[in-house]
Design a protein. Structure first.
Lengths: 489, 287
């Protein structure tokens, strides 16, 4: 059964993209000292959207100095009440310009407008609104009276949720009184640069937020800069480990939000139709470019066939195509490089003997695309069951008993998230207790909220973003340095 | 005068609830602050470290699934048994740290009291560090702290008992299992403590105590794939601390950096919170 849809394109006229962008340092856009620029590309069309500056060492120095000045003279000494008001302004400005941000995010990232409009942008505003309210209540953060900010935070964010990750990083850091040097991912800088305009409209004091664009080399210079007190990184486990090594022997604090290989576990008493929706949300949301994606489906053996059939039927109704179309479910893969990585792992799945099924959908001629893909007959030793694919590829395994489900789910170096589908309350709570993961979704998947802490166990990183726990990543207790010289996290 | 020849003790490691010698067969001399020979302590090797990790992983399974009430009672029991051996600890600490009678007694009493303080946290810390979260949607959402897993620690070099207890108690009270390398030059109070642990209902493998050189053993623990976190409190060499942190990054271990606090001050929850993970659970609400 096929449904025909008339195209329902969101207009891109709402956003004006400049031909080129400078670096945002000390409240102003400045040219990079290197003069070097790189292109940012719409992954759905391969059209060049704009030229972006590449920050080098002297730009990093300038940004860190600007952040330090703003920290010493303004932001750390400002009352929490006033910091709160700036953050509330930012939340409101994001809401006012929400559609503009959503369209720009979809153009630069390739994600469906339905997701950028309904999830990324509203959640980003909500994060600022939530942490704004914390700024003058930090004595309730659990670190004792008069907790202190850390200083200048270097924040490095990924390309999968560009604006939302910016909000997760900036909002708690600023609420606690830190100033920031933030680097967006090189393929998705545009919403961060538009956010710089929001900082200007909010009259945020210059230097409180500095935004440096560039690739890994720029990130490394931020990590290694002596003027930085804290690094917060979201991205691959490989880069996270290299950052942890780089900070060894320094006094810099670190929080890491890294990769995942989440198990989404379906028991035989689960409502299958709801579970299928959860499986789809779990792995095909944002083209699977989600660190907490439910990329390993664990099906109880007795319902495996039935569930896979239902899932295949459901996937045939997903619409892949123009991300600006409001009917689109699956958008573009963010970059050629990422598509290559996904395709390499799909080949590995074939080569290692798993059985592949690909949703029958036509891929557009231009741009980078990957049809929803399911592998069955996957064993725990397969690469597609062990490595993070970060794409719309689901590996299906089976189990017989709850114990076996726990063992298989935990058999991974990662520990970011997990899903449980069952109608039995005691089993859900037992499973939630046994799973070694930071976020457990029971009878739901991929839900996010500013009040809800997010972050991983094991090699998925340390530290939390969101909720009251998110504050301790940017605060220290007043008596730190006595017994309480804290660790890296 | 009493001309009885005293029965001296063989000082061994404490791994998995047993008292083995080092598998390497090595020992090293321990002296008091006047340089008088006290004992030959076991000099733990890489292999002893690995054995301790295996024991700790087993201990973790039982200990982390014990009730908080039970963990609290076990730690309180450790304090009870220590109290019974108070004089021995005072003598040990005096010899190890060269303290006077009063100071030594104060340190031992503080160590016992610290255990009682942490024992009481067993069934409370989750209420202080956990919460429910008012998410904007029809979901019940709660956050709880859970133990990190197997933790390897380097105990303070100078504070051989109070510092040691202040490192052990906050780590194990939450359900972690621990491998701790005792003070190299004053290991005897730690070894006496192992005799307390063995008779205080602490399950085998929950606390493992190694004696020897941290520079030799700790790198193997910091790089071990089945260790989840390292506590570098007692590392005195900056180079070693850096090396251990680099090793730890291989499996993204949680790291607590070196510190030389005044152990007599009452701690806050920072140390306890260093070795817990935060788990958040969502479930829909609907009729």
């Amino acid at each position: 059964m096929t449904f025909e849809y008339a195209p329902a394109l969101e207009s891109r006229a709402i956003v004006s993209i400049a031909p080129s962008y400078g670096l945002f340092i000390n409240g102003e856009f400045v040219d990079p000292t290197s003069g070097k620029m790189f292109k940012t590309i719409n992954p759905a069309t391969e059209e060049v959207l704009a030229e972006i500056s590449e920050a080098n060492q002297s730009d990093v120095n300038a940004a860190v100095n600007s952040a330090r000045r703003a920290y010493d003279r303004i932001w750390s000494v400002m009352s929490g009440r006033d910091r709160a008001k700036y953050l509330f302004r930012i939340a409101r400005l994001l809401q006012e310009r929400a559609r503009e941000f959503a369209v720009l995010e979809t153009l630069d990232n390739g994600k469906p407008i339905r997701e950028s409009r309904d999830i990324d942008v509203p959640l980003a505003a909500a994060h600022f609104f939530y942490y704004a309210g914390w700024a003058d209540k930090l004595e309730y953060a659990g670190l004792g009276p008069n907790p202190a900010p850390l200083g200048v935070a270097g924040q490095i964010i990924p390309w999968n949720f560009p604006l939302l990750m910016l909000a997760w990083k900036l909002a708690p850091a600023l609420a606690c009184g830190n100033t920031v040097v933030l680097k967006p991912a090189e393929t998705t800088s545009l919403t961060a640069l538009l956010f710089a305009e929001i900082c200007q409209q909010a009259d945020l004091p210059p230097g409180v937020v500095n935004i440096l664009t560039g690739a890994g080399d720029t990130g490394r210079r931020i990590v290694e800069h002596d003027g930085i007190n804290k690094i917060a990184f979201t991205g691959s486990t490989e880069v996270g480990k290299s950052i942890q090594r780089a900070l060894a022997g320094t006094n810099k604090k670190l929080t890491l939000e890294l990769g995942g290989k989440a198990a989404n576990i379906i028991f035989d008493d689960a409502p299958i139709d709801q579970a299928v929706e959860g499986i789809v949300d779990g792995i095909f949301f944002n083209q699977g470019h989600v660190c907490c994606a439910g990329s390993r489906l664990l099906l109880q053996e007795s319902i495996a066939e039935e569930t896979i059939e239902a899932l295949k039927l459901r996937l045939q109704t997903l619409r892949l195509g123009d991300p600006l179309d409001k009917n689109t479910d699956i958008g573009a893969i963010n970059s050629r490089e990422q598509l290559d990585k996904i395709e390499e792992l799909i080949k590995a799945g074939d080569a290692e003997g798993a059985e592949r099924w690909t949703a029958p959908c036509e891929l557009p001629k231009q741009g980078w695309w990957c049809a929803p893909t399911i592998f069955t007959n996957v064993t725990q030793a397969h690469r597609i069951a062990r490595e993070e694919i970060f794409g719309p590829v689901l590996s299906v395994l089976t189990f017989r008993t709850p114990d076996e489900a726990v063992e298989k789910a935990n058999n991974t170096p990662f520990g970011l998230s997990a899903g449980i589908w069952s109608e039995k309350g005691s089993r859900i709570l037992w499973m939630a207790n046994q799973l070694r993961a930071g976020v457990i979704w029971a009878n739901t998947f991929n839900r996010f909220d500013p009040t809800s802490p997010f972050g991983g166990y094991k090699e998925s990183g340390f530290g939390r973003e969101g909720g009251i726990q998110g504050l301790s990543a940017y605060l220290q207790s007043a008596n730190e340095g006595d017994d309480q010289a804290r660790g890296t996290s | 005068m009493n001309d009885r020849v005293e029965v001296r003790k063989t000082y061994k490691l404490f791994i998995g609830g047993a008292f083995p010698r080092s598998e390497s067969g090595r020992t090293y001399e321990v002296h008091d602050t006047d340089d008088k020979f006290l004992a030959n302590a076991a000099k733990a090797s890489r292999k002893d470290g690995r054995d301790a990790v295996l024991a700790a992983r087993k201990g973790f399974a039982a200990w982390s699934s014990a009730t908080a009430y039970n963990r609290g009672q076990v730690l309180y029991r450790v304090a009870e048994v220590m109290e019974g051996r108070r004089d021995q600890f005072i003598t040990d600490v005096q010899a190890a740290e060269g303290l006077g009678d009063k100071k030594s007694a104060r340190v031992v009493d503080s160590a016992i009291d610290r255990l009682v303080w942490y024992a009481g946290w067993a069934d409370k810390y989750a209420q202080v560090l956990g919460n429910t979260n008012p998410v904007a949607g029809p979901y019940f959402n709660f956050t709880i702290p859970e133990p990190t897993g197997v933790v390897a620690a380097v105990a303070p070099q100078d504070s051989s008992l109070l510092g040691l207890v202040s490192v052990i108690a906050p780590t194990v009270v939450t359900g972690n299992a621990l491998i701790v390398i005792a003070s190299t030059k004053c290991p005897i109070p730690a070894i006496t403590l192992t005799e307390v642990l063995a008779t205080a209902d602490v399950p085998a493998g929950v606390i493992n105590v190694l004696t020897g050189d941290p520079a030799e053993i700790a790198p193997w623990l910091a790089s071990h794939g089945d260790v989840n976190a390292i506590d570098l409190t007692g590392v005195t060499s900056q180079d070693l601390a850096k090396q251990l942190e680099i090793e730890a990054a291989g499996t993204v271990k949680r790291v607590r950096r070196p510190a030389q606090p005044n152990w007599l001050t009452t701690p806050d929850l920072g140390r306890l919170a260093s070795f817990v993970e935060t788990k958040t659970v969502w479930h829909p609400i609907g009729a």
